[in-house]
Write a protein of this length. Structure first.
Lengths: 266, 345
């Protein structure tokens, strides 16, 4: 058994709103634990408000947990410097328009992240950027464009290429294909899958779309109201769900081979 | 398509609609034919930018600057909608044909109660010939049909859940029992449980004859598959294939339909058994559409003819229409001696 790359133990996050003492408390993530190894694709699925993104933000050190620990290679992530941590862990966020500064061109994004890679010569870096853009089916011309000149799907692919530039061990992707059309979505999912299979990356794949998670994930954790209600191998969770919530969620997804039983009554 | 069929409700023949821009015309809908029968639910599927929403607008007679209806005709219940002046068309919208545009549930004015929204929209239509109480009476009846409590009439839009807002929008659009209802992307931005309820509701309003037939425009083929009888797949402003739903799912004919359906991911066991292939590349620019088959650039089966001439839209099997050279006489089916429906996997 190889050692766990990321281990999350009893992680919770409580947000407070309103005045101190009088406000409400919102439990966004409630005592979740999971661990993952390199070469795996882990799906975190759930409907909106289930705490998927909050979990991702904590793993990315963007949000301090209320309680619980996250370990990267058996080291508490809060003891690792950001510079060090982001060499190994990178994220792709949900809304590509707010992930990129609209004032700068796309190439600025790549030159920013390349600060993490001081030792790599410039020419080598440019070659790598081109390669990565090719990997996600983009032309090198996108480097000279601003965000408003690209579609949501193109930007999401730019971000994917961008996070690959540092060659991280762990990639956290939050709805990375939400704006990509069906015909290209599969292509991007295949790219992500290959990263884990061939280059032994750990991918934490966050989505509300069970179908996509089913297609690329090795293991799936189903979240609801901040808790993991069910986790296990993707095939088992999706084809033979045990928890009532997972069962309902999966039965409500439209299938191609089978039709819903639709009653004429409202 | 048989034109003499008695129960054809909507017939669109070779519709072309362009957007006029300073850079030139964008050929958004470039010769699309569609037929809708009574009690039928038709789905129009395609990727973003293929012209499906524009086609929906043109089908209802909404050719307004910068969109221009260039040629073709749309006949709804024996009324040629483009023969009518704008003011007349406005009168027909709602009773002859109605549309629920994309994101319409977010367009309810948050400062007005639902009943005022309904009264406003009906007053606009009938001036003073109908009283407010009559309108409300009717709205109550329709709300009941759709499983909404009449007390919703007294609420503000922000007090309703997403599913309830969708029902309100459907109730307003169907208040005058339109013959044809066009629904644009009804399921986007809803969670799966609400999506399922909504599909049931759309099915219900056709089966209960609240509307006579329906056209659903969506990129979500798995959702369309649940309730549509027949499906049109659009690509770059053209219809690639029209087939009854079952045959489209089991054995799509057009290479694009085949590849697109092959890229649909669902939580079914087959999905994990093999690697799915997407369609690399991008659709052509519609500001200068190619003279060739629009899909030839990305099509793995394209040959010389495909790259030089646009294929006709022909009935190749009963009820099945395809615009592809592989299925025409003199095309690959015969010359190269293969049946693409078997070789394409």
């Amino acid at each position: 058994m190889s050692e766990d790359l990321i281990r999350v133990e009893h992680l919770s996050k409580i947000f407070s709103t309103g005045f101190i003492g009088r406000g409400e408390k919102i439990v966004a993530v409630n005592d979740i634990s999971f661990s993952c190894k390199s070469g795996e694709v882990i799906g975190l699925i759930g409907e909106s408000g289930s705490g998927k993104t909050t979990t991702a933000r904590m793993v990315l050190k963007l949000l301090a947990p209320t309680s619980g620990e996250i370990y990267f290679k058996n080291k508490d992530i809060w003891t690792i410097s950001n510079r060090e941590y982001y060499r190994f862990v990178q994220g792709v966020f949900q809304d590509p328009y707010s992930s990129i500064n609209p004032v700068y061109k796309v190439k600025h994004l790549f030159s920013n992240i390349s600060n993490l890679l001081k030792e790599v010569p410039k020419g080598e870096l440019d070659r790598r950027v081109k390669e990565l853009l090719e990997l996600v089916y983009l032309q090198p011309e996108v480097l000279e464009k601003h965000t408003h000149e690209l579609s949501g799907g193109q930007l999401q692919r730019v971000l994917l290429a961008n996070c690959l530039l540092v060659d991280p061990d762990i990639m956290l992707t939050d709805e990375p294909t939400s704006m990509i059309d069906a015909s290209l979505r599969v292509v991007v999912l295949n790219v992500i899958k290959e990263l884990s299979e061939k280059r032994k990356k750990l991918v934490i794949f966050i989505t509300h779309d069970i179908s996509q998670a089913f297609y690329i994930c090795d293991r799936i954790a189903v979240m609801r109201g901040g808790e993991i209600v069910e986790q296990g191998p993707a095939e088992e969770v999706v084809l033979n769900p045990q928890h009532a919530y997972t069962q309902r969620l999966i039965s409500d997804v439209p299938k191609l081979k089978r039709k819903f039983e639709l009653s004429v009554e409202a | 398509m048989a034109t003499e069929d008695g129960n054809i409700l909507l017939q669109a023949v070779d519709v072309k609609g362009y957007y006029e821009t300073p850079e030139g015309s964008v050929y958004a809908v470039n010769g699309c034919t569609l037929e809708l029968h009574e009690e039928e639910i038709v789905g129009i599927a395609g990727e973003s930018g293929c012209g499906k929403s524009t086609y929906g607008k043109l089908l209802m007679g909404y050719g307004k600057h910068p969109l221009r209806m260039v040629s073709g005709s749309v006949t709804i219940d024996r009324v040629n909608i483009y023969d009518k002046p704008w003011s007349e068309r406005k009168r027909l919208w709602g009773s002859l044909i109605a549309m629920i545009p994309q994101y319409s549930m977010n367009s309810l004015n948050p400062t007005r109660k639902i009943q005022n929204l309904i009264i406003d929209s009906m007053k606009e239509k009938f001036r003073s010939s109908v009283s407010e109480s009559e309108i409300l009476e009717r709205a109550k009846g329709r709300f009941m049909d759709l499983g909404l409590s009449p007390t919703v009439l007294g609420l503000y839009p922000f007090e309703l859940s997403g599913g309830m807002k969708q029902r309100v929008v459907i109730a307003i659009s169907t208040l005058l029992n339109p013959k044809v209802l066009i629904v644009d992307e009804p399921t986007s931005a809803l969670d799966v449980s609400t999506q399922r309820l909504l599909l049931g509701l759309l099915f219900h309003i056709v089966k209960r004859k609240i509307v006579k037939s329906m056209i659903i425009i969506s990129h979500d083929i798995a959702s369309l598959r649940q309730i549509c009888d027949c499906m049109y797949i659009m690509y770059a402003g053209k219809i690639a294939e029209r087939s009854p739903m079952e045959s489209m799912i089991d054995q799509p004919l057009h290479p694009y339909a085949k590849l697109l359906l092959g890229a649909v991911i669902t939580p079914e066991p087959e999905i994990r058994k093999r690697r799915l292939d997407g369609i690399p590349g991008a659709p052509p620019q519609l500001i200068k559409p190619p003279a060739s088959c629009p899909f030839s650039e990305r099509c793995p089966y394209a040959w010389d003819l495909c790259r030089s001439l646009e294929p006709p839209f022909l009935e190749v099997e009963p009820e099945r229409f395809v615009a592809c050279w592989l299925y025409t006489k003199g095309g690959a089916t015969f010359e190269r001696g293969f049946d693409p429906s078997r070789t394409l996997k």
